[in-house]
Ligand binder design. Structure first.
Ligand code: NAD
Length: 467
């Protein structure tokens, strides 16, 4: 379980912790270090606010539309702050904000549908959907606003209230988002709390919470599920991934190389569904390695606030240490860095975009989630070997197959053990689709109507045909 936490800085404004700019490695602001015992009053207020919020779906819909407008209107304030604390290029921060607004509108329009049950008995039986109560959301640092909205949009649309905790590495844009949303939402419908552990552990196990929705690492996900078991709250877990991309014999390397590169390196590789391993047919292996290495060597790495930057720094020091560690281990295991392989000199958490060739398949950069700008490329002989290697993992988030014969590619994709499989693409998600990992990558379903129903419970009414 991660133990790294930002530094605490007691001061006149109460206990606070420092927030660092990953482009410099320097603290640039602080956030409140809320204590776990503050949650009792916060959850109680969320419970009180639930009474009115759940009662009026029409008012709810218009509040959520107003919330979407407010998020968009605050884009010019939110985006630079998000880039400052998270590191990503400014355009990607704006994309997160656009996605958050789109998600609010998508769920605002989605109504749960009462379902009659026709089972031949002379009884009218109908399912009506009811909200659960206060929901706790805990999110990581890689997409703070986008993932926060993936939690609050369906939960609030379903008539629940929410207490949401961002990562202590990226608390500021989420706090600002909370205050932006407070202009559109009734008080205490959505509360943002910030603090170091054990704030999240207490939130996950709080007896007043009816659903815990968590995105983050597998280790923390397990701890969250254990905590939620105390109050028997529903748990939704969106966890890590180690997605494989399998290139087929008929792939046109130059045609797909840009898309494949960005599927691995967007957000500096810190994407649950990034391509984290590439399997290339032996005949094309050198060509694939070279095509990816050429892009890794020429991509512009720099502070996210610089308009020319295509890749920012790694988001925080512990993550940089992890990336350095697994790259060094791969090189020690006999891998060759076709591009990068080292940290960049100067301030900030910059790491050279790295393509690793000739990596032993047991090296942690292949078997674990590197979550950074490092991509191992492995050769395969028979296609079955590649499919077997892709599936030989405890992760099961996504996967992709790349080739020209789409029917053949789809037949291979169908064999992947994961929640979402793409052909000639990766990590492209529609708001309307279910999002769920298999194996250790998750529990429960988010996205689309499934995400709405994940925040509702069935309430069944039986009514005889005659009194
Ligand atoms: P993390 O598990 O360290 O932290 C996630 C959140 O949990 C943070 O807010 C953290 O403060 C909080 N937390 C830490 N300890 C806790 C505890 N004991 N109880 C409750 N909460 C606790 O993950 P991270 O390093 O912030 O994020 C990276 C991970 O997130 C990667 O594994 C990545 O794959 C995963 N992720 C998954 C998805 C998905 O949808 N499947 C999306 C994005 C990221």
């Amino acid at each position: 379980m991660p133990t790294h936490q930002p530094r605490r800085t007691p001061g006149p404004r109460g206990e606070r912790f420092a927030v660092l700019d990953p482009a410099t490695g320097e603290a640039f602001d602080e956030a409140p270090d809320q204590r776990p015992d503050e949650l009792d009053a916060i959850v109680e207020r969320a419970h009180d606010a639930w009474r009115d919020w759940r009662a009026d779906p029409v008012a709810r819909t218009s509040a959520l539309f107003a919330a979407a407008d407010a998020v968009e209107a605050a884009g010019a304030d939110l985006a630079p702050l998000l880039t400052r604390e998270q590191g990503k290029p400014l355009a990607e921060s704006y994309a997160e904000i656009a996605r958050a607004a789109a998600r609010l509108r998508y769920f605002a329009e989605l109504d749960p549908v009462p379902e009659p049950i026709a089972d031949g008995r002379p009884v009218g039986t109908e399912i009506r959907w009811r909200p659960l109560g206060p929901v706790a959301a805990i999110v990581p640092w890689n997409f703070p606003l986008q993932l926060a909205s993936a939690k609050f949009a369906p939960a609030l649309a379903a008539g629940n209230t929410m207490v949401l905790k961002p990562s202590p590495f990226t608390p500021l844009a989420t706090r600002l988002l909370g205050s932006v949303l407070s202009a559109a939402l009734p008080q205490d419908v959505l509360t943002i709390v910030t603090g170091r552990e054990p704030l999240g552990a207490r939130l996950a196990s709080h007896p007043g919470i009816r659903h815990v929705t968590f995105t983050g690492s597998i280790a923390t996900g397990r701890a969250v599920a254990e905590g939620a078991a105390a109050s028997l709250a529903r748990v939704t877990l969106e966890l890590g991934g180690n997605d494989a991309a399998i290139l087929l014999e008929d792939v046109e390397v130059e045609r797909i190389a840009d898309r494949l590169f960005w599927a691995a390196f967007r957000n500096c590789g810190q994407v649950c569904m990034a391509v984290k391993r590439v399997y290339a047919p032996a005949r094309l292996y050198s060509q694939v390695v070279e095509a990816l290495a050429e892009r890794a060597k020429t991509v512009v790495v720099g502070p996210g606030l610089d308009p020319g930057s295509q890749l920012g720094p790694v988001s925080n020091a512990p993550q940089l240490a992890r990336v350095e560690r697994c790259t060094a281990r791969a090189l020690a295991d006999g891998a060759r860095a076709a591009a990068g392989g080292h940290r960049l000199e100067g301030p900030g958490y910059f790491f050279a975009p790295t393509i690793l060739a000739d990596v032993p398949s047991a090296s942690p950069v292949v078997t674990e989630e590197q979550f950074g700008p490092v991509l191992p490329v492995l050769p395969y002989g028979r296609l079955d070997e590649a499919v077997e290697a892709a599936n030989d993992t405890g992760f099961g988030l996504g996967g992709s197959v790349w080739g020209t014969d789409l029917d053949r590619a789809e037949a291979v994709a169908d064999r992947l053990e994961c929640g979402t499989a793409w052909i000639n693409n990766h990590a492209e998600l529609s708001l309307a689709q279910p999002f769920a990992g298999t194996k250790d990558s998750g529990v429960g379903v988010a996205g689309g109507p499934w995400g709405l129903y994940g925040n509702l419970r069935p309430f069944v009414v039986h009514r005889p045909e005659e009194a």
